[in-house]
Design a protein around this ligand. Structure first.
Ligand code: 2BA
Length: 111
């Protein structure tokens, strides 16, 4: 058995869950925050059999294919202990689509 962690856009999360449920997958939906942009995103937990992992990834691909570009000011620290200074540097990052991790499940118990 595998556990799939999928981090998706907030706006895509509901559609993906609906489609996964319709295909008989059980999903837990968590409201999460990206550590870099500090924006809300959605993390889905999907426990499933090994041979169904590709089906799950295909469904996520169908609903979350778009990547977006945003301009951000990211913290930049320069100088040494005596003269440390903090600034921000503008940069463009691409995010979205989906970031997916698939991990082995050692044990699965329902009580
Ligand atoms: P965030 O951490 O808010 O990152 C948003 C986007 O900013 C990332 O998009 C990436 O393009 C960029 N980024 C992140 N950290 C960076 C850094 N240290 N320097 C430069 N650019 C950086 P995605 O890769 O599409 O990731 C979207 C969200 O998925 C992330 O939101 C995070 O919540 C999650 N994620 C992605 N990779 C992850 C990983 N290896 N482990 C845990 N969470 C991850």
């Amino acid at each position: 058995m595998k556990m799939i962690f999928a981090i998706v856009h907030d706006e895509d999360g509901g559609f993906v869950v609906d489609k996964l449920n319709k295909s008989n997958f059980i999903v837990t939906k968590l409201a999460t925050t990206g550590g870099f942009l500090r924006r809300g995103n959605t993390t889905l937990l999907i426990g499933t059999e090994d041979d169904k992992v590709e089906q799950v990834i295909d469904i996520i691909k169908e609903e979350c294919s778009t990547r977006k570009q945003v301009n951000v000011n990211t913290p930049y620290v320069s100088g040494g202990v005596q003269s440390i200074s903090y600034a921000t540097v503008p940069m463009t990052v691409e995010f979205g689509g989906a970031t997916i991790f698939v991990v082995d499940v050692e044990q699965h118990v329902k009580i």
